[in-house]
Design a protein around this ligand. Structure first.
Ligand SMILES: Nc1ncnc2c1ncn2[C@@H]1O[C@H](COP(=O)(O)OP(=O)(O)OP(=O)(O)O)[C@@H](O)[C@H]1O
Length: 330
């Protein structure tokens, strides 16, 4: 069994203002293993980004972890000082975001930014760091790496900038890479190339990748396991193959149906009725109950909790067993 590098248990994150506080994420738990890509998928507002920010201890000032734990290689992260956390972020846990072009400094060349990143965690000469920077650019499949080394970010395409960001992230040989919507801003062909690159990196290193996306298509291309989040809770989790072949939660089934219809170019696209509830007025029982085609009275009052429908396949739905047996019709 692969080693667990990140373990999140019972994590609850709340935003507060002067008068009240609202839970943006409630009681979620998952494990990221060495050498795997764990996808977190969900619509906007489901709590994906805030979860990754909690892992990195980068929550905004008006938010905080109110319950649960996050441990990295068995070490509880909440007990670390900001200095220790900063060190961890630079060396063990790296991240890339959607807006790579904005994340790079426009006034320095790509080469000098990667070289500086290397020099912050390695005690080597500048010349050695430059050589390593060039090798890193080559390792993220950048054609004509020496030319790109001397370029400024604004001279490069979005896809190239994302490759540069990945090179910077890899410069410290992290154990975890958090990739938040890494391909959302890119066109479809470039998206595929970046996903292939992430897969290649995962195979070549023992890094665990936490891939955050609203797009189940992205998950289907590269993830090993998947967590489906909705309105701050986990609705379903399993291996990718199991999730795509035997989805159980009505929300996951809706997401898959919308993805399939998009692939077949039908004029009438399927979409899940309604919108994600507002953080300030979450439904009392199951959070998906306001949009669920299989809702029962009980769903509106009680939280379904999580049940296992097969080994490693967890679902938060009162109707799981009926759905698995094919007895619940949508
Ligand atoms: N700074 C903030 N202040 C108050 N509420 C916030 C803040 N940032 C996020 N939220 C709320 O927290 C919830 C989770 O947001 P989060 O950004 O994690 O969602 P997400 O699934 O990553 O969606 P997106 O893809 O839109 O970023 C949302 O209801 C959002 O409105």
């Amino acid at each position: 069994m692969s080693e667990v590098i990140l373990k999140v248990e019972g994590l609850t994150i709340a935003f507060r203002n002067r008068k009240e506080s609202f839970k943006a994420v409630e009681n979620i738990g998952f494990e990221l293993k060495k050498g795997e890509i764990l996808g977190i998928v969900g619509e906007s507002g489901s709590g994906k980004t805030i979860t990754s920010k909690a892992i990195l201890n980068l929550l905004p000032d008006n938010a905080g972890v109110t319950d649960g734990s996050i441990s990295f290689l068995g070490r509880e992260l909440s007990g670390l000082s900001e200095k220790e956390m900063e060190k961890l972020r630079g060396t063990e846990i790296a991240m890339i975001f959607q807006d790579s072009k904005m994340s790079l400094d426009q006034v320095y060349t790509v080469g000098s930014q990667i070289t500086e990143a290397i020099l912050t965690h390695e005690d080597i000469t500048r010349d050695e760091a430059k050589k390593r920077a060039l090798t890193l650019l080559e390792s993220v499949r950048i054609p004509n790496a020496p030319r790109v080394f001397d370029s400024y970010p604004f001279e490069l395409s979005g896809g190239m900038c994302q490759r540069v960001m990945i090179a910077i992230a890899l410069s410290c040989s992290p154990k975890i890479l958090i990739a938040d919507e890494p391909t959302t801003a890119l066109d479809v062909t470039v998206q595929s190339q970046i996903l292939d690159l992430l897969k290649e990196i995962q195979r070549a290193t023992s890094m665990g990748i936490l891939l955050i996306t609203h797009d189940l298509g992205v998950i289907s291309e590269v993830a090993d396991r998947v967590i489906v989040m909705y309105a701050g809770k986990i609705m379903e989790s399993s291996t990718k193959t199991e999730l795509l072949e035997n989805p159980v939660h009505p929300y996951t089934r809706g997401l898959i149906r919308s993805m399939l219809k998009m692939d077949t170019d039908l004029e009438v696209l399927y979409s899940i009725d309604g919108v994600v509830p507002d953080i300030k007025s979450m439904p009392e029982g199951c959070r998906f109950s306001t949009r669920c085609p299989l809702v029962m009275e009980r769903c509106r009052k009680e939280d379904p909790g999580i049940i296992s429908v097969s080994p490693g396949h967890l679902v938060s739905c009162f109707r799981s067993v009926e759905i698995v047996r094919g007895e619940a019709l949508e």
